[in-house]
Design a protein around this ligand. Sequence first.
Ligand SMILES: [Zn+2]
Length: 464
Amino acid sequence: MAADTIIIGGTVETAEKQHKADVAIEGQKITAVRPGLAKTARNGATIIDARGKYVIPGGVDAHTHLELPFCGTVSSDDWNTGTRAAARGGVTTLIDFAIPYGKDTLEDAFHKWMAKAKPQACIDYSFHLAITNWERQGSELPRLIRLGCPTFKQFMIYESEGWQSDDRAMFLALEQSKKLGAMIMVHAESSRVLDELIARHHTKALMKKYGARLHPMTRPNYIEAEAIQRAVCWAEATGGRLFVVHMSTGQGADIIRDAQRRGVNVLAETCTQYLALDDSVFNGPDGHLFACCPQVKKKADQQRLWEGLRRGDVCSISTDTCSFTRKQKAMWKGDWTKIPMGLPGLETMLPVVYTLGVLKKRLTMKQFVARCCTDPAKIMGLYPKKGTIARGSDADIVVFDPKKRTKVDPARMETNTDWNPYEGWRLAGFAKHTFCRGRRIVADYKFVGSNGYGRFVRRAKYGR
Ligand SMILES: [Zn+2]
């Protein structure tokens, strides 16, 4: 055997099983997973001692916005800091949303995103393409699928950004996706009623009285639930595959479960922040920092989302990473409609889900690995190249200490923000070592990768 690296003595956790085994890496691939490999090591091979540690597949975050022009600024984590943060958090593949601006075609957006990602990315990546104008972009779907991007996003809100899709555009996209074997992802919020609620509260007196609390006050749960219901209706009518992104409400999870029972081709993800935070975060003096879209909801919603993850009606966890610094967030000046919306998340996804999920017995280890690594890889057409520890798969591997807790401190993180939603939390599950395609990019908790190492991964049509 000519393994370059052997990870020895760890507990290998996959979505299917837990077992004590060594993992051999040769070049970019995993070549063996079984006990006793240490004896076969050639001279010069790197031996990683993983005794007492978990060895899991690298995380797959299928929802990020690096370097995104949004809300009058640009999200502060770019393809350098964002992917360094990912590595340290144990995420080895991310899928970002390429969004066309002005008269851009989907292919223009693809190339623009590639130009940003390619020189900078430290981990592997792919893109979803946002359809912002069905008339102009609808015919491009087959071309993008050939480029390795079979997943498309439509926004039910953001008219002001020029991104919104109406019911007809969604219906047509879902119809087309059925023919092509593509998947339509939706940001589900009910725009007309949301706009009405915002307009109704947009007065000096209310802004003075409630400040950033107007953010959750103008986005009650029915804003998301109605939109999910409607999107599910179009999926049911057309037979197209629908994926609801960043689902934040218990009502949404109920609608998805019922639709799946009827046989509707629909899946839904949730994000770390909806599992860990609730809307009491808006009460403090720094409440405005927590504005994201959709905003975080209530404890009951968290509970329902954890339950959904356990049962599988909520299929995966992502972060919707869209970071902004304190200075950027300060652009709001007391008007909640002007807060740049989004949170950092790549560096803390696995630690938050492991600490609140596994250690609090809401998820088993298998479920944790399934929802953060394996299922997103399957759904997004990356499996078994990504998302598992098996012979022949890419050597995307995370070694972590189940017991070691680290206090979240933005000053010691790779994420480019001077604050963090989980600041002061003591989280377990930070990567001690992260491997991406065989190369160690985190060693003893320190980032040791390099810009431009990450590669674009062509994705097959969806699985699962
Ligand atoms: Zn998003």
